[in-house]
Design a protein around this ligand. Structure first.
Ligand code: PRP
Ligand code: URA
Length: 208
């Protein structure tokens, strides 16, 4: 489709995605599997993090090494992004965590903003925007606009499932933004749900 979209085809990612799609997967299991798949996805999504050379002294010798060039901030979109946060934080324990609260209004499908806690200046951070679902793209664009207003320059997005419509909408405003997903699904239905998708990610995670 477009070279800034990476579909992570790793067998473990696809295995877990299938379990999440299954309507019989209950919240307890859904939370566990979403967390597992997030860890697998972040490995791929951080592959292009900028690094810089450094040196390190081992017990035996001085040698070359590398370290991340920028501080990392994880930004889950509430609620469903929370389901991917803990396992990612375990892999990047030094990351900061910011939050953006958005709720898609059922009829209009407009993303309504209700919360943010983020540093005032994001220009020096590697920002990872985390949300399992990219549907119409309204929530993602709202979140990306906020990150951009705060000066973010190095942003990537991790979405378990993406709809072509959502990718197009994000692309219209952010043509080069890297997007990492486990699947580009077929389409949105009349109610704005991704088909085949996995249903309402927040509801399936938290049972309400
Ligand atoms: C879901 C999902 C995304 C959004 C995607 O959240 O987690 O944030 O919908 O839809 P869009 O691309 O059409 O904007 P929702 O608004 O249902 O909130 P919740 O996570 O609190 O349930
Ligand atoms: N939000 C979800 O949680 N699922 C969808 O399919 C679309 C938006």
């Amino acid at each position: 489709m477009d070279k800034s979209v990476t579909v992570i085809s790793h067998p473990l990612v696809q295995h877990n995605l299938t379990r999440l799609r299954d309507e019989r997967t209950e919240p307890q299991e859904f939370r566990r599997v979403l967390s597992e798949v997030a860890a697998l996805m972040i490995y791929e999504a951080t592959r292009t993090f900028a690094v810089e050379p450094t040196t390190v002294t081992t017990p035996l010798a001085r040698t070359r090494g590398s370290r991340l060039r920028r501080e990392v901030i994880l930004v889950p979109v509430l609620r469903a992004g929370l389901g991917m946060l803990d396992s990612i934080l375990q892999l990047i324990p030094h990351a900061r965590v910011g939050f953006i609260g958005l709720k898609r209004e059922e009829k209009s499908l407009q993303a309504l903003f209700y919360h943010q806690s983020l540093p005032k200046d994001l220009s020096k951070f590697e920002v990872i925007l985390i949300d399992p679902m990219l549907a119409t793209g309204g929530s993602s664009v709202a979140a990306l606009n906020l990150l951009s207003e705060l000066g973010a320059k190095h942003v990537r997005m991790v979405n378990l499932v993406a709809a072509p419509e959502g990718i197009r909408r994000v692309r219209a405003s952010y043509p080069d933004l890297p997007i990492f997903t486990a699947s580009i699904d077929k389409k949105l239905n009349a109610k704005g749900y991704i088909v085949p998708g996995l249903g309402d990610a927040g509801d399936r995670l938290f049972g309400v």
